[in-house]
Design a protein around this ligand. Structure first.
Ligand code: ADP
Ligand code: MG
Length: 294
């Protein structure tokens, strides 16, 4: 599989996550097939791919929970497997399937989790985190009485509790309603503003557009890792010029380069009455890429 790695946005910027030649098989299934990835610090970085493409496997390897067959993962300059306890102190992980205790309330879960991090329990921090995810009012209710979105919030609270430098979130907004999704995203960008790095998986393309950079995973390999708009620019753009003698349509495959050429060809001729530019959506471009690999 062709793997692309575009490297950090700022040359020399430290990498929060660096994955090199990662392989993991389950019998005949290649969950990871030579994945390479570089996540610079200070970004909201999205991992996008269909179900079964290897997102969770890659995330578990990054969090040191899963041992790959080959390859290496470095997180905040440490080896994800060998130094996983040191890594976990600076990393907040939200698994795809909640690992919280259903019989405990969010507050009890957080207290338990805080203990697991070997940090003295801080009532203040727990209170702030529960307020942040808007569960303070429900802090004493057992989790099994919660809706899907509330569980996601409780799970996110666990990942946020020790204010980690790096957040690794596996489909954090799955099953979350649009309003709450908006809140989550606002929060991710706020954290990013405060210098945190957020690495999250999603299969929602509108979310991919909100990331600074997106890696598309398919068959356990990274197809492309670029800014979402740059990925979109690789798709087709349909430009229609309405001329005095009727409309003419042009299909551009490299929009940023070809559009200025097209426009300069027609200049500012008075018979160009209207220009309409329709760029393929990020979703369509990514789906075309994935289909090309199948
Ligand atoms: P995603 O998170 O993108 O949906 P996963 O990383 O969970 O994908 O899975 C990638 C592939 O590896 C899938 O084909 C999945 O069935 C397989 N897989 C993942 N974990 C296991 C496991 N513990 N045992 C067997 N197969 C697994
Ligand atoms: Mg998954």
């Amino acid at each position: 599989m062709n793997t692309v790695d575009t490297g950090p946005a700022v040359p020399g910027a430290p990498a929060a996550i660096s994955v090199t030649g990662l392989f993991k098989s389950y019998g005949p299934i290649k969950a990871l097939d030579g994945a390479n990835l570089e996540v610079p610090e200070g970004m909201v970085y999205g991992l996008v791919g269909p179900n079964g493409s290897g997102k969770s496997t890659l995330i578990k390897a990054i969090c040191g929970i899963l041992k790959p067959d080959a390859g290496s993962v470095s997180v905040l300059g440490m080896d994800a497997a060998r130094e996983r306890f040191a890594v976990r102190r600076q990393l907040g992980y939200m698994p795809q399937t909640s690992s919280l205790y259903e019989d405990l309330s969010p507050e009890e879960n957080l207290r338990f989790f805080d203990g697991a991090h070997e940090q003295p329990g801080s009532r203040e921090r727990i209170r702030e985190t529960l307020k942040l995810v808007q569960l303070w009012d429900r802090r004493n209710d057992p989790l099994h009485t919660f809706s899907g979105g509330m569980r996601q919030r409780a799970s996110l609270a666990c990942a946020l509790l020790h204010d980690p430098r790096l957040l690794v979130l596996d489909e954090p907004t799955a099953g979350v309603d649009p309003t709450l999704r908006q809140d989550f995203w606002q929060h991710f960008h706020d954290l990013c503003q405060r210098g945190r790095t957020i690495f999250l998986s999603t299969n929602q393309m509108d979310e991919a557009m909100r990331c600074h950079r997106v890696a598309v995973i398919m068959g356990g390999g990274i197809l492309i890792a670029e800014a979402p708009q740059a990925i979109r620019d690789r798709g087709t753009t349909t430009v229609t010029l309405e001329l005095a003698d009727g409309p003419r349509t042009f299909e551009l495959s490299d929009y940023p380069v070809e559009l200025p050429r097209l426009l300069s060809r027609f200049g500012l001729q008075p018979d160009v009455r209207r220009i309409s530019v329709q760029q393929q959506s990020l979703e369509d471009v990514i789906l075309d890429m994935i289909a090309g690999e199948e």
